[in-house]
Design a protein around this ligand. Structure first.
Ligand code: UDX
Length: 452
């Protein structure tokens, strides 16, 4: 980063997970370049090790006494509940220290909506606080309405019989009950506990969301007119505004060389983000479906993402044979570069919000295989609203994988989706350049925090 005259400090508090750290660090870079000093507060979990791009950003690690294994073992909802309790006191101490030590005055605390302990401390020191929703406006809308819907028993079908889960949630088109963004591993009560605290936007100074109007105008309108009582800003997709390396894992660049040898739009990229797991039988079905589709593929298999297996070594020879002809497997890819590569014609994705934005911004259509949380709502938008996605639901066998891949990579249907994806990419690009809606909203946000 270039040196700048800096005066006012912002304290940023990310959730310690790749999908949340990435947009928070992109925001850090943008706000630094706008002239703010930045402090990022982390815990020991998934700590981001700053690269040269963040040389002028101040990183602080606060203490908590959770065991290292909690992140993996508790599931996201229970982990976040515990982390929020654990960090309350240490964050307050940290803020007190920063106020004593820093020569720059602190303008405000910007915290991931799930790190609500930051808000209590901000209040104690009379500091403005900004909620950052790193997921979609639709997921934010659902969470902000969750308390009311829960109290009126509207959400009971979420945990009800299968037929009920297929029904549309009234006033949330196109979401069915089964697409509502809640963790499939947690009870409604514990989800309620996290959401009650996390989106209490009435007491925040403002809300920022990593989205754009061309993607989610109806959810953004709803938030503006019926829900949010504080200023809000749709400032995304941030990765199109600030490019900075934010990966916690090492990216294997050799896949780009492999892609360089492939034809335009001929490869499907497969990645399930930083958290999702896949059973061995699903991996095998995936491999045989891919082999049967006769398409080339680049597949990210994260170490530890197949329970009972370190990586691919415990998978059979049959697996290796199936992938060796047309496939390339890596532990972690430079995803944004991969999606931008001309050889990539489609993305098999778990539909995390970052992957969704990154795919649309490169005009790449998606096969949607969501696992949990907001991914189900994102998949529904890809399929029903933007019409650039094919969702694979239910049991995943060789046949369903083969069919989905051929529909996207070979059939006319896939070609049409690719055209729509390219047109959406152009709209996104227009929204982040000077005069575009996200660009303007970001400028307004910067003006707002300068005025605090
Ligand atoms: C989590 C949640 O699961 C997701 O639903 C939520 O929206 C954000 O937090 P994650 O599952 O990791 O995130 O998915 P996603 O949001 O897509 O973020 C993954 C990030 O890792 C992306 O920015 C992607 O570019 C990056 N990535 C993924 C790589 O750089 N290399 C890879 O091989 C795979």
């Amino acid at each position: 980063m270039e040196g700048k005259q800096v005066t006012r400090r912002l304290v940023l508090v990310p959730v310690p997970a790749q999908g949340h750290i990435t947009p928070m660090m992109q925001l850090a870079k943008i706000l630094y370049l706008k002239g703010f000093s930045i402090t990022v507060v982390q815990t020991k979990f998934n700590r981001f090790i700053p690269t040269d791009d963040f040389i002028d950003v101040h990183f602080v690690t606060i203490h908590e006494s959770l065991p290292e294994s909690d992140f993996k073992n508790l599931g996201p909802i229970r982990f976040l509940l515990k982390l929020n309790k654990e960090c309350q006191v240490s964050f307050k101490d940290c803020l007190g220290q920063l106020l004593l030590q820093q020569s720059n005055e602190i303008s405000c605390i910007i915290y991931d909506e799930f790190m609500h302990f930051a808000e209590a401390a901000a209040k104690e020191f009379n500091l403005p606080n900004v909620i950052f929703s790193t997921q979609s406006a639709t997921a934010f809308k659902c969470r902000s309405m969750f308390g009311k819907l829960y109290a009126n028993n509207v959400l009971a079908p979420l945990k009800g019989p299968k037929e009920q889960q297929e029904e549309l949630v009234p006033e949330f088109y196109p979401l069915r009950y089964k697409d509502f963004p809640v963790s499939r591993f947690a009870s409604l009560e514990s989800v309620m506990e996290v959401y009650r605290n996390s989106v209490d936007q009435r007491t925040a100074s403002s809300v920022i969301i990593n989205t754009a109007t061309c993607l989610e105008s109806s959810s953004l309108n709803f938030l503006q007119h019926q829900r949010l009582e504080v200023p809000y800003y749709h400032i995304g997709p941030l990765h199109m505004v600030a490019s900075a390396p934010t990966s916690l894992l090492e990216e294997n660049m050799s896949c780009i060389e492999w892609l360089n040898k492939q034809k335009v739009n001929s490869v499907i990229y497969i990645s399930l983000g930083s958290l999702a797991l896949m059973e061995i039988n699903e991996v095998m079905n995936m491999a045989s479906g891919l082999a049967a589709s006769n398409q080339y593929f680049l597949w990210v298999i994260r170490p530890g993402s197949v329970p009972g297996s370190e990586w691919t070594e415990s998978l059979s020879d049959e697996f290796s044979k199936m992938v060796s002809d047309r496939g390339y497997i890596v532990k972690w890819a430079p995803q944004k570069e991969v999606l931008a590569h001309p050889a990539i014609g489609g993305f098999w994705s778990h539909c995390g919000w970052n992957s969704t934005l990154e795919s649309i911004s490169e005009g790449v259509p998606v096969i949607c295989r969501p696992f949990s949380g907001d991914q189900k709502a994102n998949a529904r938008y890809l399929e029903c609203i933007w019409k650039i996605g094919i969702q694979v639901e239910g049991e995943m066998d060789k046949g369903s994988v083969e069919r989905a891949v051929k529909r996207l990579m070979v059939d006319e249907e896939g070609q049409e989706m690719r055209k729509r994806a390219v047109s959406l990419k152009e709209k996104l690009r227009a929204s982040v350049i000077s005069g575009g809606s996200s660009h303007n909203s970001l400028e307004e946000f910067v003006h707002f925090i300068r005025s605090l």
